[in-house]
Every structure is written in C-alpha cells, then in structure tokens.
Design a binder for this molecule. Sequence first.
Ligand code: GDP
Length: 303
Amino acid sequence: MRLLRCRSLINLAPLLPSQFKFHKFHPTRFFFTPNSISIPQISASSLPTNTKSTTNRSISDSARFARSVLFVPPGVEIEELTDDMVLPGSNIVIGPFADHSQIKEVEFVKSSARARDCPKDDRPEIAILGRSNVGKSSLINCLVRKKEVALTSKKPGKTQLINHFLVNKSWYIVDLPGYGFAKVSDAAKTDWSAFTKGYFLNRDTLVCVLLLIDASVPPQKIDLDCANWLGRNNVPMTFVFTKCDKMKAAKGKRPDENIKAFQQIIRENFKQHPPWILTSSVSGLGRDELLLHMSQLRNYWDQ
Ligand code: GDP
C-alpha cells in the first residue's frame, strides 16, 4: 500500500521515442514563468542561477508545462506556486511534507549481498546509486558530515554490497554498489545488475533512488540506461548532479553544458522530468536543499 502510494508520487515511466510528443520544447525556453515561477537555469557563469524567461502562455498551458519540468509534490497546487517554493539549483518544489531534514545521528547497520538479506524493517529508505567515481562516497560524507560513514562501503569486499545506514533512528540511507567499473569483468557487471535490480524491484520500503550524475563529464550512456531502466520499472528517482563546483572541466565541456545535454536527453525520454538538483561535496552546494527534498519524500511516504 505504502509502496503504491509512494510510487504514484512521481510518474516516471519513460516514453518510447516514437511516443514523445513534447515537441514544443526549445532549449532556450525550457525555463518559463507560470504565475511568477522561475525555474532554475543552468548558467554558464554561475551555478545555480535563477533566470526568468519571458515566455507568455495561458495559465493552463503554463500549468501543464510547469508540471512537465517542475517536481511538484503532493499538497501543492500548481496555481499557488511562487518562486520561493522552488529549491535553488533544482526543479524541486518544496511542499507541506518537508520537515526536520538535518542528520543528527547515523549508524552503520549491515551490508547485504542480496535484497532479501537487507534489514527487515518498515522504516523508509533512500538509496544512492551512481557510476564508480561519480562522487557517491563524498556526497554521503557531505550529507552526514562524517568521514567514516562512506569509508565503510569502500572497504574491500563491501563495495559490491548493499550497505544500510540508519539515520536519526528513523530512516535509512542505502549505499548501493557503483556501476560501470572500467576494469570489472563482464561477469561481475552482470552480477551487479542482477542483485541491484532485485533490490529495486523487491524492496517495499524504498522511497526514492538518488541517481548521481557526474556534471564534469558529458552524458554517459550507462547513466541514461540506468535512468531509463528505473523509469520503466516505476522506481522514483532524483537526479543528483555531482561535482558542480568544477567549472572548468579538464577536457570537454563545462558542467552547465553537460547538465543541459543530460536534461535534454531525459526530456526526450520521460513524460515528466524527474526531480533534479545540483550539488558539490567540495563547496556544500545543494546539501541542505537535497536533505529537505529527501525529508518531503520520506514524510509523504511515511504518513
Ligand atoms: P565514488 O567512487 O562514487 O564513491 O566517488 P568518490 O566520492 O570516491 O569521489 C571520486 C573522486 O571525485 C575523488 O577524487 C573525489 O575527491 C572527487 N569528488 C567527489 N565529489 C566531488 C565534488 O563535489 N567536487 C569535486 N571537485 N570533486 C569531487
């Protein structure tokens, strides 16, 4: 029941490319202003930046468009949206379920090799997933403000396990194995997908997956495949762009360009754009905002 309620919170079913009807989209008009709402724009000069576009549309068009680009949580009417309800550096609207987001206490509970070995508990959990080297350990450390937490999952032998951390004795952060190891054999990659997919499909207490995307590199097929798979299986996800402080990429494009390119591809595949947020574990960008977003997802699930 809880699972059904939670999963209906965000309709993420990807569309097949041939079904995709969002043809009105134009990159320069992605962000618009319904009822004085401006959606954060990825700017070349700074991250994050709020920029209002001047597109004029009828309210119903605006509302429809806003619903397709903003994450509007339960309890919020789109007509009542104002700028200050949108979290900086994200498309996430904060609603009445956001509350008590700070992490006071965290304890490692267990590592599991299979979904059915995970803690038997009905407390909600938020899983963190991403390519190896995406900055997952750094983000977890940044969220909990403790270095040793994510170190646990870096210990040899624990990197391919599902690691549960109990937060404030009320919910779990779940550190999932990184995917896309360059040096891992095909057999090991298959193992990863078998047991992690089992977790996504069978874990009733899973509220949301934070899918980490490295903003310092162009969109990677493996990340897009992962997002599409989660969407197809109705697993709620939030895109967390990492390393947004790296304004000058060593090679290739800047983070803002990489993020735009990633979002463009996602818009072409998804009916509604999942929540997304910019972060940096170095500067702390997005930390408090992400915690607030996690709190509203949890509290809605847990009501
Ligand atoms: P994991 O393999 O996904 O757990 O990635 P790590 O957290 O170990 O980070 C991989 C590399 O990226 C390390 O060299 C980190 O110092 C670096 N890194 C992680 N997060 C950030 C960030 O927000 N900004 C920058 N500039 N570097 C980061």
